[in-house]
Design a protein around this ligand. Structure first.
Ligand code: NAI
Length: 327
């Protein structure tokens, strides 16, 4: 049987952690033949560490055959030791009266420390997914704080936006979500993201032709996908957790095991494709083979799409600019 791999998860006692860890341990992320060792990080705070102990007791009580070990940590330097996968979920939420700049600064601090720790102790091939918001900028900070690791190992989660878009398209066309291919989400994980179905097919038919309603695209579809996170908070009183965990599983599974030619969306450091400045952590359509993602090239960007891409890019550049002095 395969040698266990090490999976670090931060914010492990949080909402997303609770929806995520059991699925990783059951083999849904890396395959039903891949044993895992969980290296769980929480803040040193006693309440958080106690909650983490409770989660670990429950993981033990599942008697998962693939769970080869569980560790609790309060220091990223030990949590990330030799880790092959790192899911950075824990982040500082926006508190009452907190300005956006305060939020950026608090998270810049967390992701600088965690990037440095990954740089120092993680596997040189570590695959890093940042979920904690602002996800793209946090991933950018971690990448910049880990100069000895390849920049391409750092990614941000756009997959929830991708899955939300797929679900809206399935509902609109009345066709099964599983039939959707070639969907793309460009840019920032924020309401400015640009979900683009111009190239998408569903059961082999053009989604654009099936829907044939550009007004719906602009005034219903894009705002619905962009504001879905806020709609869930309004309905549930808590931010999306199970769907976020599910997207994290999808992102890591596809990165590790490949997509068989299927397009998925990942936030990745730009290589300059589509005119996005190098290193901007940007949502792109990608395919994955042998653990390496590749940007889907050659898509025509029409005037409306360019306008949307510029808007989400400008927001990311502003965020990046807001943390520059902290790096
Ligand atoms: P939560 O507040 O329930 O849990 C976060 C956990 O992280 C807490 O237990 C906290 O103690 C821990 N934490 C905070 N700072 C930490 C640090 N420096 N090291 C280790 N642990 C730390 O929050 P929830 O609902 O689990 O969400 C986590 C993050 O994911 C939030 O930033 C949220 O905005 C983001 N999110 C991102 C999505 C995406 O699509 N990219 C979707 C949904 C949520």
């Amino acid at each position: 049987s395969k040698k266990p791999v090490r999976v670090a998860v931060t914010g492990a006692a949080g909402q997303i952690g609770y929806a995520l860890l059991f699925r990783i341990a059951s083999g849904e992320m890396l395959g039903k033949d891949q044993p895992v060792i969980l290296q769980l990080l929480e803040i040193p705070d006693e309440k958080a560490q106690n909650a983490l102990k409770g989660v670990i007791m429950e993981l033990e009580d599942c008697a998962f055959p693939l769970l080869a070990g569980i560790e609790a940590h309060s220091d990223p330097m030990t949590a990330f030791k030799d880790t092959d996968y790192a899911l950075l979920v824990g982040a500082r939420p926006r508190g009452p009266g907190m300005e956006r700049s305060d939020l950026l600064a608090a998270n810049a601090q967390i992701f600088t420390v965690q990037g440095k720790a990954l740089n120092a102790v993680a596997s040189r091939n570590v695959k890093v997914l940042v979920v904690g918001n602002p996800a793209n900028t946090n991933a950018y900070i971690a990448m910049k704080s880990a100069p000895d690791l390849p920049a391409k190992n750092f990614t941000a989660m756009l997959r929830l936006d991708h899955n939300r878009a797929a679900s809206q398209i399935a509902a609109k066309t009345g066709k099964p979500v599983a039939g959707i291919e070639k969907l793309a989400v460009w840019g920032n994980h924020s309401p400015t993201m640009y979900a683009d179905y111009r190239y998408a097919t569903i059961d082999g038919q053009s989604v654009k032709a099936l829907i044939n309603d550009e007004e719906w695209n602009r005034t219903t579809f894009l705002p619905t996908v962009g504001k879905r996170g806020a709609a869930i908070i309004a309905a549930r009183g808590l931010s999306s957790a199970a769907s976020a965990a599910n997207a994290a599983i999808d992102h890591m599974r596809d990165w590790a095991l490949g997509t068989n030619g299927k397009w998925v969306t990942m936030g990745i450091p730009s290589d300059g494709s589509y005119g996005i400045p190098k290193e901007v952590m940007f949502g792109y359509p990608v395919t994955v083979e042998n653990g390496e993602y590749k940007i889907v090239q050659g898509l025509e960007i029409d005037a409306f799409s360019q306008e949307c891409i510029n808007k989400t890019l400008n927001e990311l550049l502003e965020e990046q600019n807001g943390v520059k002095h902290l790096l």
